[in-house]
Design a binder for this molecule. Structure first.
Ligand code: F6R
Length: 612
């Protein structure tokens, strides 16, 4: 979702800005633009609709724009269609103020009315132009850039990360944020700004996290931070240790395939984070045994795939630790006036740690007095900073919009948290806990084996490109996994797909099954296998073409019925989703790639959904 970059220093700014924007492409966008302060002081703005490459071509790799400071933006349309006029940067009358923005200004209509009454005119449909002119209005009225931004912060509702250039303040870029991510990097004689770390990693590893309602003033020789009351604040940079390579394709055709193949390592790294001498140690997470014992109920909130990981965790936690667990979409939880009981722990799962609904759900849970545990991948993200406890998944930077390795890491976190609760609450025997732990430790090698046998899936996927509808069915954890398999397929292949609890199909949906309809049955849970097989027989007898993803030991139950089978190695049923998800990811990937689609950046989607 919208990417922001900024640079002030001694180098030519435009190539740096374009390079930064290219590193943020994964966030999703439909137009792009940059603004550079030319040597004469005038700020030049260049924008294009569509791919960043068009902007790169239009500015001759940025070489056609002279000047050593500037801001840039990739826009994911919210207010107004994706076109050049609505693209950022936006400018105030006479080009005095130039601004880029990520987020949504909720009260923009009312502010626009006010500005119209003061004689301002508008050329675009965006809330960002309103933000630009509001700052222009305050700048005109009060005379100071800091004061104008402070007034802006106090006046607007919603979320934003903004970077602003003032035509008559040549040596500075101003930035501020609320509920939208933005970081600042300090290099030698240069300061960088970006929505996310990969955009600046080539230049510096010293990163400042701007908190909500803080203002940053960037100059060539450094950056200063202010509170909303304009008091200067001290901030220490965080040194980023992960490698820039981690955010590059490394020989793979797509980030998604690279990230699928990284999963064995991701599992190992996430396990090693808390497993010490085969015992789960939560010292780093801070969640004490006392608090675990006092936990009476758990509510998991998340969005999209993270929600699907939460559904798996619900089954595993309830099964192992015998605690009632409810899993809920963050966008529903935040508005439904949830009732949280004493002793309730709210677990928020999020790769980015910036998803607007998940962040709001976390705040609501805290407001209601619950203890909160975040399962987050991005270090220092908003959800990680605001939760009481953080379990960091160790997936590393995930660039493909469709999550694979972060989902896998979320599953692992869910198993380990559930096991920890079960051990502390003494709801499973030591032997049972040791068996599951051993199973988790075997997962990386088993995933590796599944990955090395991907050609069969690739060949099958080639036949699926014309498919119009797919149903994924399963029971228990297999249902939870079906939700993810279905989302993965539809989001990158644009094939309509639905996931159903297998037993639910005959309550309506089965009427859609006809000759050739593709049904994917997931069968990893021994106790439920026969029931799912019966449901598969039902669709098969109505003409469905059946693909079965089945555990090795359950294969005899299904191989005669299914048209195509994919086998996964045997493991403990609680953790089987980590194996069965691999063929489902591969299937989606190959279908999308075969259709020639933009696998890493599917249409209309954004990596980090920072608006609701
Ligand atoms: C799907 C996908 C999304 C995210 C969802 C939550 O492949 O990636 O459904 O899972 O937008 O994002 P995070 O985990 O960043 O909160």
């Amino acid at each position: 979702m919208c990417g922001i970059v900024g640079y002030i220093g001694k180098k030519q700014a435009a190539p740096v800005l374009l390079e930064g924007l290219s590193k943020l492409e994964y966030r999703g966008y439909d137009s792009a633009g940059i603004a550079v302060r030319g040597n004469g002081g005038k700020i030049d703005v260049v924008k294009t609709k569509g791919r960043l490459q068009l902007l790169i071509d239009k500015t001759e790799n940025g070489n056609a724009l002279f000047g050593t400071s500037g801001i840039g933006h990739t826009r994911w349309a919210t207010h107004g269609e994706p076109n050049e006029t609505n693209a950022h940067p936006h400018v105030s009358e006479g080009g005095k103020i130039v601004l880029v923005h990520n987020g949504i200004i909720e009260n923009y209509a009312e502010i626009k009315e006010k500005l119209l009454s003061h004689g301002y005119t508008f050329y675009s449909n965006t809330d960002t132009e309103v933000a630009t002119k509001l700052i222009a209005y305050y700048y005109e009225k009060y005379g100071g850039a800091l004061e104008a931004i402070e007034r802006f912060i106090l006046r607007v509702r919603g979320s934003y990360a903004i970077a602003v250039m003032f035509a008559d303040l040549p040596d500075r870029i101003y930035a501020a944020r609320k509920d939208s991510p933005m970081i600042i990097g300090a290099g030698e004689d240069s300061v960088y700004l970006a929505s996310d770390v990969p955009a600046i990693l080539k230049y510096t590893r010293n990163v400042y996290y701007i908190e909500n309602l803080e203002i940053a003033v960037m100059e060539t020789d450094g950056v200063r931070f202010y509170n909303v009351d304009r008091t200067e604040i001290e901030k220490m940079p965080v040194h980023i240790t992960w490698d820039a390579e981690a955010a590059e394709k490394g020989g793979y055709e797509h980030f998604m395939m690279k990230e699928i193949c990284e999963q064995p390592k991701v599992i190992t790294d996430t396990v090693n984070y808390v497993l010490k001498d085969k015992k789960i140690d939560f010292t780093e997470i801070g969640l004490s045994d006392k608090l675990i014992r006092a936990t009476k109920r758990i509510t998991i909130v998340a969005c999209g795939s993270a929600y699907h990981a939460g559904v798996v965790m619900q089954y595993v936690m309830e099964g192992l630790a015998r605690i009632p667990v409810r899993v809920e979409l963050a966008s529903e939880f935040r508005y439904r006036k949830p009732i949280l009981e004493r002793g309730e722990l709210v677990v928020v799962i999020s790769q980015s740690g910036e998803t607007a609904d998940s962040l709001a759900a976390l705040r609501e849970a805290k407001r209601l007095g619950a203890k909160t545990l975040a399962v987050v991948n991005v270090l220092g993200s908003s959800i990680a900073r605001e939760a009481d406890f953080v379990f960091y998944t160790k997936a590393g930077p995930e660039i493909a919009v469709a999550t694979t390795k972060a989902y896998t890491a979320q599953l692992i976190a869910g198993y380990l948290i559930s096991l920890k609760f079960a051990v502390v609450k003494k709801t499973i025997s030591e032997a049972a806990s040791a068996a599951i732990t051993d199973g988790i430790l075997r997962l990386p090698a088993q995933v590796e084996a599944l990955l090395s046998d991907r050609e069969r899936i690739q060949k099958f996927a080639a036949k699926m490109t014309g498919t119009k509808d797919v149903f994924f069915i399963g029971r228990g954890i297999d249902y939870a996994l079906s939700l993810e398999g279905s989302l993965k397929l539809k989001e990158i292949s644009y094939i309509h797909s639905e996931a159903y609890a297998a037993g639910e199909l005959k309550h309506g949906t089965i009427s859609l099954v006809e000759e050739g309809t593709l049904v994917c049955g997931v069968i990893t849970q021994e106790t439920l296998a026969e029931k799912t097989v019966s449901n598969i027989v039902e669709v098969k007898s109505r003409g469905a073409f059946v693909v079965a993803v089945a555990a090795q030991n359950l294969l005899p139950k299904i191989e005669k019925i299914a048209d195509f089978t994919i086998t996964i190695p045997e493991t403990a049923p609680q953790i089987a989703a980590s194996l069965a998800v691999i063929p489902l990811q591969l299937l989606s990937y190959y279908v999308s790639a075969n259709k020639g689609l933009d696998v890493d950046k599917p249409r209309n989607l954004a990596k980090s959904v920072t608006v609701e």
